[in-house]
Design a protein. Structure first.
Ligand code: NAD
Ligand code: DAU
Length: 332
């Protein structure tokens, strides 16, 4: 039995990991989450009180972080400002949470000698040409494009420095785009699904040729647990499930699966600095730690995700109108 502190556990991927841990281990889990617009306690409903507790607080507040880290065997750090579009309009919270928050956690794990796993993104590597035969590997140089990805890149570099200079017992993972239930309606797939469900047309940035490498959130969680248990200290592991799709194809598939004409969407203003393509080579994680993704059928996973949003309107509807109003004000 481990005592695991999960930061950002009320968000999309963090809450998936908490459920995964409770179902697949006998760990005791504490979630530290600030409950920003992106955090939702309903995503953590039904967890056993004997093995789970929730603490509301800011990862950049050392007085909150320090005692929680001291009382843990492992910290798994998901908390972040996570949305690229928001980072283009108001970068400051990204610096505060992604950089200062990570620094605060690193100082606490250093002080108390606690194992730390850092959740990061493939976006730290910048983007690829559509026809580039190479995919991102652990050796790809950092080249982030947005305030979001640059603060995530900076947080990764802080972790590497704390490992080398202070001997912090840390691993890092960089994952590709996640999909599945409980994702905020600001993100691409839930936005388009809930647009269809509310009678709006899906909105595609630019021509929609940008490619993302989709992985189901459950596969991300199984990969993180594998790294926490078997990862080599100081190492970085890329997580991906060979799920490259261009945005136009994803919108058309959502329309097909919801029984709409596949051209019933709008092209809207493109994202500034929009990364063209992400693609992950996860050979290291597969060969060295024996991890395999389970959700390889994207169409089936997307259909199940659509069913979840259809059945759980109470979870997402309260955020829908305000999120769309923000996009409309930006021409998106
Ligand atoms: P999310 O926006 O859904 O959730 C973020 C959570 O962090 C929320 O619950 C929020 O309340 C909390 N939070 C934000 N600032 C905080 C602070 N200062 N203190 C405490 N809690 C705070 O994000 P997500 O999509 O679940 O992403 C989680 C992590 O995974 C992030 O680190 C992100 O960079 C990384 N990641 C995401 C993806 C993806 O496709 N979504 C892919 C790879 C990596
Ligand atoms: O690659 C991992 C990253 O994936 C994570 O680090 C981020 O936290 C996560 O938000 C995600 O970033 P993206 O910017 O790729 O995801 P987003 O869902 O915002 O957009 C996916 C693609 O869809 C991107 O090319 C932009 C496009 N898009 C997005 C929205 C919201 C549209 O075409 N229309 C939209 O309405």
């Amino acid at each position: 039995m481990r005592r695991v502190l999960v930061t950002g556990g009320a968000g999309f991927i963090g809450s998936n990991f908490v459920h995964y841990l409770i179902e697949n281990t006998d760990d005791h889990v504490t979630v530290l989450d600030k409950l920003t617009y992106a955090g939702n306690l309903a995503s953590l409903a039904g967890l056993p009180e004997s093995r789970f507790r929730f603490v509301k607080g800011d990862i950049a507040d050392a007085s909150v972080v320090d005692p929680l880290v001291e009382a843990s065997d492992v910290v798994v750090h998901y908390a972040a400002e996570s949305h690229n579009d928001n980072s283009l309009h108001d970068p400051r919270p990204f610096v505060d949470t992604n950089l200062v928050g990570t620094f605060t956690l690193l100082e606490a794990v250093r002080k108390h000698g606690v194992r730390y796993h850092h959740i990061s993104t493939d976006e730290v590597y910048g983007d690829l040409e559509l026809d580039d035969p190479q995919r991102f590997t652990e050796q790809t140089p950092y080249n982030p494009s947005s305030p979001y990805s640059s603060t995530k890149a900076g947080s990764d570099l802080l972790v590497r420095a704390w490992v080398r200079s202070f001997g912090v017992q840390a691993t890092i993972s960089n994952c590709s785009n996640n999909y599945g239930p409980y994702q905020h309606v600001e993100k691409f797939i839930p936005r388009q699904i809930t647009n269809v469900l509310t009678g709006e047309r899906p909105k595609l940035y630019g021509a929609g040729l940008n490619v993302r490498d989709w992985i189901h959130a459950n596969d991300h969680s199984s990969a993180v647990l594998t790294i926490v248990e078997k990862g080599v200290i100081g190492e970085t592991y890329l997580i991906g499930a060979d799920g490259e799709k261009d945005n136009k194809s994803v919108v058309e598939l959502i329309l097909k699966l919801t029984g709409q004409p596949t051209d019933a969407y709008d092209h809207v203003v493109d994202r500034a600095g929009h990364d063209l393509r992400y693609a992950i080579d996860s050979t290291k994680l597969r060969t060295e730690l024996g991890w395999r993704p389970e959700f390889q059928d994207f169409e089936a996973g997307l259909a199940a995700t659509i069913d979840w949003y259809r059945a759980n309107e109470a979870w997402w509807m309260p955020q829908k109108a305000a999120t769309e109003a923000k996009y409309v004000a930006q021409g998106q």
